[in-house]
Write a new protein. Structure first.
Lengths: 466, 375
């Protein structure tokens, strides 16, 4: 297998998934890059069995939502899915349509929202926005349940334009008002009051008497608009196509500044944004078609290690690499909280703006958490993924310090590191001399050195990139 | 001015989400207040009157006491021209003092650079919370970001200790600022080295700490307790920053806003009690702000995003009382239904920078603004 093919496939799987073992990379590279992109876009593998998680954590079964488990069910899906891009799209959309448990106070509704994002995440964006507007968690999050014909609440109307579709500068305050009016009466049906341990499911309800059916003027169009009409107008806007293109670029290709800066800071690759926006417009906002353009583009293939991993990518990627975390054992709740400690609490973004991404993921506290977690996971040599890497290393026989370092970098990624950094690793490896497996004693020392080398590599700056 | 020769310390508490000015510092004698707010007005028999015009929210009793002791300043009508109603944009403006473009340099990042130009102390500024605040961010200025002070440390899982020390030495080498192809790589490098050094320094703080003060079991109290621990350890920290989330009370404002102010007021009460027990209150200035106030009229259940807001300064050095002018509530004086700010927040920053931290304000706030004289 050509190492370049493996490196490119590893890049694709880091971005369109949560990384992949060497075995999987080899199998996928054998099928080819384009075939893999198609498989990711239209996966045929079985979805993760939701009941696997519930069987062992029945307290999570609705409507009895067990406090403290939070996003563990979704985390279990991310750890196990064989449809990784589909799951990546849930993360993507939940970053764009950030909805937080801090206010919802109802994990199950957020899980339901994530299910909707999974189901429609690669479908048509117009339909996705309509589903979002009717999603009870979103309605409650942005107070559309308090948006009445006689008393307009602008929260949803504003964020729909500012954060979910177009960005500041592409509409007026009047447009916010008019859009908000069009969504009056889109609310949540009355539910029985919550009990100590139970919450009831929320349902969308349209209340005609509470809807302002009057004439509205929105982005130059006039009519007795309802919410769907507003969305139909939005998805025709070039500003919307550019906005979603930039979001996709930011998530899959290279780190852009935070969304509020988009109005004033040009994209780092305007041509790439234009290409994606065109694909989005040409396909009438088909997300799958736009993603295909993205993954097959040169700008994507050339963007290797140009992005900082999100905490979810760090944690899920490491656990999938090490292996043995598939079963929803006790403790999965704590594992699901690891991204939180790195600044990304799943299903609970700090605000409707989502998380600040890219280099802003990193500060001295979160970097420390990343390094410590990676060292802990990769230092556990009993894990099947680590064992498999160890076997591949052993099969290479005696290795010079340089060979040892290069093999470890290859097995963990392949990961590209700066020459000076490689030199420091080689110096460290040189202290132990040639790596060999000639006796039981030598093999045990070499195994320990291997674990330590993995920990050192995982604490490198380069390891924070994907 | 600081009341002792100890270096002055600033503690910022950011009330994220847009705290409702009119239900925090309540103009209860204005009949318009009740007209505008049939659903969310605080009943007169519940609020905590400060004088014949103004009362505090019922959850703010500890702060009312501080006000009565002359240790709290209420700064009225704070905002900036052409107020924006986006949380993020408005918070960015507060963080960077850049209302017309997207700024990347935080005002307290700039202040930290002035206080410690040679980076002699990497814990000069300490941020509490999982995410760093843009107010502190400035390329080349280290900020210690602490989530949980108790477990702060690098590669603590590697043993024995000599082996860990050896690995940490290699870690430091690979993070060298001399290695790095671009700005982000360099940023990661300096952040890694700061994390390593900061952890060594900060780990003493909880170890040395003892107190009879019991903090409430709330997230804000936990952060304030961590700040107190570091302050007592005398590590030279000058700026602390933390926040409390959830002030975006579009709906169900009554109980939500009450809980928020309960948590904040009781956290501050415990914090100052702890400071006094350790004879460490005199060089602390606490500053509370929010990105905007809320709409004058309620929306039937809560209040939407507004403009002019209120800020507080608390501490022994504060000249208690009220500063600035409560914006007019008359319909003709409102801007798009919002209170028109009467004081630019950059003037408030100038007071803190010049009269507390002794740092020139003009280059940080980018101009000259009227300074409320609460110090």
């Amino acid at each position: 297998m050509a190492s370049e093919d493996i490196a490119l496939m590893a890049h694709l799987m880091r971005r369109a998934g949560f990384g992949a073992s060497r075995e999987e990379l080899e199998a996928r590279a054998a099928k080819g890059y384009e075939a893999t992109v198609e498989e990711l876009l239209s996966p045929e593998a079985e979805p993760v069995d939701r009941y696997e998680f519930l069987r062992y954590h029945p307290g999570f079964w609705k409507p009895i939502t067990s406090p403290g488990m939070g996003s563990a069910a979704w985390f279990h899906t991310m750890l196990n899915t064989q449809r990784p891009l589909e799951e990546k799209m849930v993360l993507f959309w939940h970053q764009v349509f950030a909805t937080g448990q801090s206010k919802i106070d109802h994990w199950h509704e957020l899980i339901t929202q994530a299910d909707m994002l999974r189901e429609q995440g690669m479908g048509n964006y117009r339909d996705l926005l309509v589903s979002l507007a009717k999603n009870p968690a979103m309605i409650y999050w942005l107070d559309n349940c308090d948006n009445h014909g006689h008393a307009v609440n602008e929260n949803w109307g504003r964020e729909l334009l500012e954060l979910f579709s177009m960005g500041v500068g592409n509409y007026t305050e009047t447009d916010v008002r008019e859009a908000s009016r069009a969504f009056t009466g889109w609310t949540i049906a009355l539910t029985p009051p919550r009990g100590y341990y139970n919450r009831w499911d929320w349902q969308f309800e349209y209340i005609e008497e509470d809807h302002d059916d009057g004439e509205k003027t929105f982005l130059g169009h006039t009519g007795n608009f309802d919410g769907e009409d507003i969305i139909d107008i939005i998805v025709q806007q070039p500003a919307c196509h550019r906005f979603i293109a930039r979001h996709l670029y930011n998530f899959f290709v290279g780190d852009e500044p935070q969304v509020p800066a988009w109005q004033t800071t040009p994209p780092r690759d305007p041509k790439a944004i234009a290409t994606l926006a065109q694909a989005f417009a040409d396909s009438h906002c088909d997300i799958r078609a736009t993603l295909r353009t993205l993954f097959l583009s040169d700008f994507f293939k050339e963007a290797r290690f140009a992005k900082i991993k999100s905490p979810a990518e760090v944690v899920v990627g490491l656990l999938r690499l090490a292996g043995g975390y598939e079963f929803p054992a006790p403790g999965i709740g704590n594992l699901a909280k690891q991204p939180t400690y790195m600044g990304q609490e799943l299903l609970n973004p700090p605000s409707v703006e989502g998380w600040h991404t890219g280099a802003e993921w990193i500060n001295s506290g979160t970097l420390m958490k990343r390094v410590n977690f990676a060292a802990t996971v990769l230092g556990d040599l009993s894990r099947p993924g680590i064992q498999s890497m160890l076997k591949r290393l052993q099969s290479q026989g005696d290795l010079s310090p340089e060979g040892f370092v290069d093999s470890c970098l290859d097995l963990i990624g392949p990961l590209e590191v700066q020459p000076e950094v490689r030199q420091r690793l080689v110096e460290h490896a040189s202290e132990g001399g040639t790596l060999n497996w000639r006796s039981e004693h030598e093999a045990s020392i070499s195994t320990k050195r291997f674990g330590e080398m993995l920990q050192m590599i995982a604490s490198l700056r380069e390891f924070q990139y994907c | 001015m600081a009341t002792s020769d100890k270096a002055p310390v600033l503690v910022v508490l950011q009330l994220s989400g847009g705290n409702d000015y009119m239900n925090t510092v309540i103009p209860y004698n204005d009949p318009l207040y009740r007209d505008y707010r049939p659903r969310v007005a605080i009943p007169e028999d519940q609020l905590l009157p400060l004088d014949n015009d103004i009362g505090l929210h019922p959850s703010m009793a500890p702060l009312r006491d501080m006000y009565n002791q002359g240790k709290m300043a209420i700064i009225h009508g704070v905002g900036y021209p052409n107020s924006v109603r986006s949380h993020f944009r408005s918070m960015d403006i507060w963080h960077t003092c850049e209302p017309d473009k997207t700024g990347t340099e935080g005002w307290l990042g700039l202040a930290t650079r002035e206080l410690d130009p040679h980076k002699d102390n990497i814990v000069t500024a300490v941020s509490f919370g999982p995410c760093m605040f843009r107010a502190l961010s400035l390329s080349g200025v280290p900020v210690a970001c602490v989530d949980d002070l108790e477990t702060y440390g690098l590669l603590t899982g590697i043993s024995p200790e000599p082996q860990r020390a050896k690995i940490l030495e290699r870690f430091a080498q690979t993070y060298s600022p001399l290695i790095g192809k671009d700005e982000v790589m360099k940023y990661l490098g300096s952040t890694g080295l700061e994390a390593m050094a900061g952890a060594d320094i900060l780990k003493v703080a909880p170890q040395q700490y003892a107190s009879t003060v019991k903090y409430p079991e709330t997230s804000i109290a936990k952060k304030l307790k961590g700040i107190a621990q570091i302050h007592f350890a005398d590590l030279g920290s000058r700026i602390f920053y933390c926040d409390h989330l959830g002030f975006d009370t579009h709906a169900n404002q009554g109980p939500v806003h009450a809980t928020l102010w309960n948590d904040v007021s009781q956290g501050i009460e415990a914090f100052f009690a702890d400071l006094r027990e350790h004879n460490a209150a005199d060089n602390i200035l606490m500053f509370l702000f929010t990105e905007f106030g809320r709409r004058v009229r309620d929306n039937g259940s809560g209040t939407d995003h507004g403009a002019g807001g209120v800020a507080f300064a608390i501490g022994d050095a504060v000249k208690g009382g009220q500063y600035g002018e409560y914006p007019s509530r008359k319909p003709a004086d409102l801007t798009q239904g919002d209170l028109a700010p009467t004081l630019d927040f950059r003037g408030l920053y100038a007071t803190i920078l010049e009269d507390w931290l002794h740092v020139e304000a003009k280059p940080i706030v980018k101009g000259s603004f009227e300074k409320p004289r609460f110090l």
